[in-house]
Design a protein around this ligand. Structure first.
Ligand code: SAH
Length: 246
């Protein structure tokens, strides 16, 4: 993943500081953090910080430049993001194709992906600086994404290409297995508590426990779930005993 650190996102002439914050957030969600700003209209700004949400670290280390040249200095590969396809003698690729090219770059290659202004995109002179144009194939009659949305699409494609692993969240990750002894203990507890609360008549058990066995055998219980069921049974027994004591 070293190469992700060599990729910078360059926002040129951004008008709305909120978009800068949202772009920082979009980048951080995908593990990118090199944000460069060329002549932002209003920056720094409370709105940018607010929209960055938890990505204010990316914002805090964003580098502000007074020209595109300065922002892409030292980059061997410069890609320009363009919503409008002008007839320019520059190859146009979609984000996935662009990421394939980036994948092939060596670890030492510095890469810049350049995004234009909200209203007017990138100028022809700025596009001249780009080796490739990247176009997000969108609705032909409404093809201009919000700036931060375009940043998100690119960042996601990079993430998917470099590390598509899904991180499983807390639920499910620490399922502790139980054994048949634990299950027998549970079924005994059911038998005893359901009798105590009057749901099971030991004289006429009518296969109730057998059915419950089938149900819980299907459920692939883990230790946590087992403890919840024991807890419910204990609470029901206590309620019954309290009632009996009144
Ligand atoms: N009205 C502008 C679009 C500005 S959107 C224009 O017509 O050029 C702001 C920036 O988001 C664009 O400059 C571009 O870098 C990026 N962007 C938005 N939609 C895009 C798309 N479909 N493909 C590639 N880049 C896009």
């Amino acid at each position: 993943m070293k190469i992700l650190d060599n990729i910078r996102f360059v926002l040129v002439g951004t008008t709305h500081p909120g978009n800068i914050g949202a772009a920082a957030r979009a980048m951080k969600t995908m593990g990118l953090s090199n944000l460069h700003l060329v002549e932002p209209k209003i920056y720094p700004s409370a709105e940018a910080t607010a929209r960055a949400s938890g990505a204010d670290d990316v914002l805090a280390k964003a580098v502000v430049h007074d020209s595109l040249d300065a922002a892409i200095a030292g980059c061997q590969q410069v890609y320009g993001m363009s919503a409008r396809l002008r007839h320019l003698p520059v190859p146009v690729v979609n984000p996935r194709e662009a990421v394939e090219k980036i994948q092939q770059a060596s670890d030492e290659t510095n890469i810049a992906i350049v995004f234009g202004r909200e209203h007017s995109g990138l100028s022809n002179e700025e596009l001249d600086r780009c080796l490739h144009l990247i176009n997000i194939p969108a609705n032909p009659v409404y093809s201009s994404l919000n700036l931060a949305a375009a940043v998100q699409v690119l960042a996601y494609e990079l993430k998917m290409s470099f590390d598509p692993t899904i991180e499983i969240g807390r639920i499910g990750e620490d399922r502790e297995a139980i054994d048949s002894e634990d299950l027998e203990h549970l079924y005994n507890h059911f038998e005893q508590s359901l009798t105590t609360i009057g749901f099971l008549d030991p004289e006429k058990p009518r296969n109730l426990i057998r059915r419950l066995r089938r149900l819980f055998n299907r459920a692939d219980l883990d230790r946590n779930e087992l403890q919840i069921l024991h807890g419910i049974l204990r609470a029901a027994e206590t309620k019954q005993q309290d009632k009996g004591g009144e």
